[in-house]
Each structure stands twice: as C-alpha cells, then as structure tokens.
Ligand binder design. Structure first.
Ligand SMILES: C[S@@+](CC[C@H](N)C(=O)[O-])C[C@H]1O[C@@H](n2cnc3c(N)ncnc32)[C@H](O)[C@@H]1O
Length: 292
C-alpha cells in the first residue's frame, strides 16, 4: 500500500463520487444510449481512470468538464470507447449463422441470387469485426460466386479501425475450422501470432461509424440486419427507438437478428417473431423473397 500523501502523488485521482457518477451516467445515456444502473460506479471508475490519469486530471470532475468543453468530440469518443463493451467472437451464437444459411438465404429468390447486384447485409454494432467476417465467410460458402457486400458499423472508431485491419491473435481464432483459416485468412507473422482476414474477403466489407441512438440513413433497405448484443446495454425506451430505426432499414420480409440475451418481448415493435432472437418485417411481397 502506498504511503505517499495524495497531494504529492502524481497519479492521485480523487475517487469518483455519487454526483460525478450521475454526470457520467447522464452523459453516456444521452450520447450513446448506455444505461448505467446504480451499482456500476466501480465499473465507470475503473474504465475511465486511465483517461483521467492520461489527461493529467486530478478528479473525475475535471475530466468530465474537459469532455463537455471539447468541441471536436474526440474526448467524448474516447470516453465512449472506454465505457462500451466490445466483447465478441467468430461465429458467436452459432445457431444464427445456421438459420441464415439454411432458412434465410434459400428464401431469397433465385433470379435475384443469380443477378449481378450484390447481396447486401448490414452488421450493426460490429465491434472488432469478428461478426462481419463470420457473415462474409458464411455467405461465401453458401452462395459461391455470388457478389456479397457486408455494410458494417459501430459507434467506436477504435473498434472500427481494428475491424478493418482484421488481424486477430491466435486465441481469438480458436472457433475457426482449419479449412476456413486456410481459405479466408493469411498467417500474421512467422511463426504466426495470429491471422489476418484475406484481402479478397476484406474487400467484401465496408465500414462506417453509426451511432444507433442518433439519426442515420442508408441509400437502400437490407434483406438481413444483424444487430446483436448492443441493446442489452440500453433501457427500454432506447431499445424501442433503435428497433424502430433498424426496422426502417429492413426491406419487407427482411430479417433482424438480435442477441439471444435481447428478447424484444417487453419492447414495442412492429416485427414478427420467428424464433429466439430472430424477427421479420411483415410484408413478404418484396420482389426479392420467395413466397412461403
Ligand atoms: C458487445 S459488442 C457486440 C459485438 C457483436 N455485435 C456481437 O454480438 O458479438 C457491442 C458493440 O456495440 C457498440 N455500441 C455501443 N453503443 C452503441 C451505439 N449507440 N451505436 C452503435 N454501436 C454501439 C460498442 O462499441 C460495441 O462494439
């Protein structure tokens, strides 16, 4: 235990007090929907402490003030990066990929599948990219020769930069089969310390920053949207707003995949329940869909 007097310790930061916690709680909720419940004080303090120290601040209050005064938005983005949970993995919630392959893709009618227009899917809140590449690989396997485009988004610039570089340490590649590693990745380093997604696969994805609680637009509607494991961090009103936005960008008959921990039973929406964590926009008359 340090015996240094706080005032002379260059690393000393005054502990987060309840009023400061409330300020961060309100800021995080207003700017990116995060619902920090009472009891999350330690988490907030632990996740922000590095930024407080790194900025040379002696208190969370000073750090908070610097965020709200920073017109560039950079400090706010750094706070969001620090508070958001980025956990993800390849083929996470594997039954979704199976359902996509076995039920959703065959439902897309074949003239459309043979056409030259790419099959475009939106992967929202994609974090560090494992979900994006999982989708790309599943589509390439299921629809060989078909043009595929994954539009990927996240609020975090840091996560998006990682996703685009697409280099994953060995332990994060464990869920991938040897044939997929050989087909879709290139070893990173010699001996390899990880794998990088192959350039041909990376070329099938486009990334942009989207904050799901703010307004955004796409030039087209999607037949499939993945938006998984982000709404668990939102309160009900925010979830409703986010679902409404996603629904607007689904084509009639299109599917929305959410995380298995994100049942929409208590959330108002206009989607049809298909199976756990899979919903569909009513109106299968979209030309793209086989009638079923
Ligand atoms: C736990 S990860 C989920 C990653 C992936 N979808 C999955 O299921 O494995 C949650 C992601 O949501 C992003 N996120 C949090 N709030 C967001 C918001 N308001 N808009 C867009 N993305 C957000 C975070 O940056 C993080 O990358």
């Amino acid at each position: 235990m340090s015996l240094k007097a706080p005032a002379t310790d260059p690393d000393f930061v005054k502990p987060l007090d309840p009023r400061e916690f409330e300020q961060f709680r309100e800021l995080a909720h207003r700017t990116f929907g995060l619902d920090l419940k009472a009891g999350k004080e330690e988490l907030v303090s632990a996740r922000l402490r590095k930024l407080v120290r790194g900025g040379g601040f002696r208190s969370f209050q000073d750090y908070y003030r610097s965020i709200v005064q920073d017109r560039s938005g950079e400090s706010l983005h750094a706070m969001i990066d620090a508070l958001a949970t980025n956990h993800t993995s390849f083929l996470r919630e594997a039954d979704h990929f199976q359902f996509l392959r076995e039920t959703v893709l065959p439902g897309l009618n074949s003239p459309s599948l043979n056409s030259n227009s790419p099959l475009e899917i939106w992967c929202a809140a994609c974090s560090t990219g494992e979900e994006v590449w999982s989708l790309t690989m599943v589509l390439n396997e299921a629809l060989p020769g078909r043009k595929v485009r994954i539009h990927a988004s996240d609020i975090s610039n840091k996560a998006l930069t990682f996703a685009q570089r697409a280099v994953y340490p060995l332990e994060r590649c464990r869920g991938l089969s040897a044939p997929w590693l050989a087909r879709y990745f290139i070893p990173d380093g010699r001996p390899p310390t990880g794998y990088q997604v192959a350039p041909s696969v990376r070329a099938q994805a486009a990334f942009r920053r989207i904050n799901l609680v703010e307004s955004y637009s796409w030039p087209q509607a999607f037949p499939v949207i993945f938006c998984r494991n982000v709404m668990i961090y939102f309160d009900r009103a925010t979830q409703e707003k986010v679902i409404a936005g996603l629904t607007r960008h689904l084509e009639p008959g299109g599917y929305l995949f959410v995380g298995h921990a994100e049942s929409l039973t208590r959330v108002g929406h206009s989607l049809e329940y298909i199976r756990p964590a899979v919903y569909r926009k009513p109106g299968k008359n979209g030309a793209r869909w086989n009638r079923s």
